[in-house]
Ligand binder design. Structure first.
Ligand SMILES: NC(=O)c1ccc[n+]([C@@H]2O[C@H](COP(=O)([O-])OP(=O)(O)OC[C@H]3O[C@@H](n4cnc5c(N)ncnc54)[C@H](OP(=O)(O)O)[C@@H]3O)[C@@H](O)[C@H]2O)c1
Length: 254
């Protein structure tokens, strides 16, 4: 339950090694969040993150195994994470994501299925269960890491972009369904972020960092915004790009 000052006390990260999610967790822990549940597949990475968060002042950082290629596990992972939190959960972040390699993935049905599952199917299934758990509590907030790649899907990264478009649409629909329930869901739409996911890639215009995205996520906690663009200018850029004729869109670099 948020403390007397409205600050979250407990947090679940689905994607417990995500650079963006961990930068957000660091900020919450610095502001008295005491429990951070890390759910993911890389135990060594999560143990290192847990040590860091405990040193920063968290009192409990349990780890839950989660493999986003295993759709059947989604509800159980959410239940395991809520159980590990040992009490009400204030915030849950969906940060699992797989960029893939477009040129190879588009010719490989197995890879298309994996990218789509990790970015869309598994997160959507976890969101369905998380919404139910939060509704039982009667309060809570869900932050979903979408991407501008899903706002208008491009030839250059349509496997990833389409999966993010699916997640974005699902999350917006669920956000509407949760209205009036005491549970909030906000969609975070970053542009290019310098993180593990984009290591070695050329930065896109308006590139930013996990710290900047994390700051925007902290800002979202005290706002009613359904969608948070990072950086904010991308809201206006995509307001235009969404409506550019396909022939011109096709010629844009990247
Ligand atoms: N970086 C960007 O430019 C950017 C831009 C817009 C949106 N986003 C979104 O922001 C979110 C966080 O990304 P990030 O930048 O923080 O990158 P990141 O550090 O690579 O985080 C991605 C997370 O997804 C996890 N993951 C991938 N496949 C998984 C699987 N099969 N099972 C369980 N976990 C899996 C990773 O775990 P492992 O450590 O085990 O791989 C990691 O925790 C993602 O949803 C991403 O799509 C990123």
């Amino acid at each position: 339950m948020n403390d007397a000052f409205g600050k979250p006390q407990s947090l679940i990260l689905l994607g417990g090694t995500s650079d963006i999610a961990l930068a957000f967790a660091e900020r919450l822990v610095a502001d008295r969040c005491r429990t951070v549940v890390l759910a993911g597949r890389d135990r060594t990475g999560m143990e290192a993150a847990a040590r860091h968060l405990l040193a920063d002042g968290a009192t409990s950082v349990p780890i839950v195994d989660a493999d986003a290629t295993d759709v059947a596990s989604a509800a159980q992972v959410v239940d395991d994470a809520f159980k590990a939190a040992e009490g009400d959960v204030d915030v849950l972040v969906v940060a699992v994501g797989l960029l893939g390699h477009q040129s190879a993935d588009e010719r490989d049905p197995g890879r298309v299925a994996e990218v789509t599952t990790v970015n869309y199917t598994w997160p959507a299934a976890t969101l369905a269960r998380a919404a139910e758990r939060f509704a039982e509590q009667g309060h809570g907030r869900i932050l979903v890491l979408s991407s501008v790649a899903g706002v208008r899907v491009r030839r250059a990264n349509y496997v990833y972009g389409a999966s993010k478009a699916g997640l974005d649409g699902y999350a917006l629909g669920l956000s509407e369904a949760l209205r009036g329930s005491g549970v909030a869901l906000q969609v975070i739409r970053p542009g290019f972020v310098h993180s593990k996911m984009t290591e070695g890639l050329d930065a896109a215009p308006f590139a930013t960092t996990p710290d900047v995205v994390a700051d925007a996520m902290v800002g979202a906690l005290t706002s009613n915004a359904q969608v948070v663009w990072v950086p904010g200018a991308l809201r206006f850029v995509f307001g235009v790009l969404r409506n550019v004729p396909q022939a011109a869109w096709r010629r844009l670099p990247g």
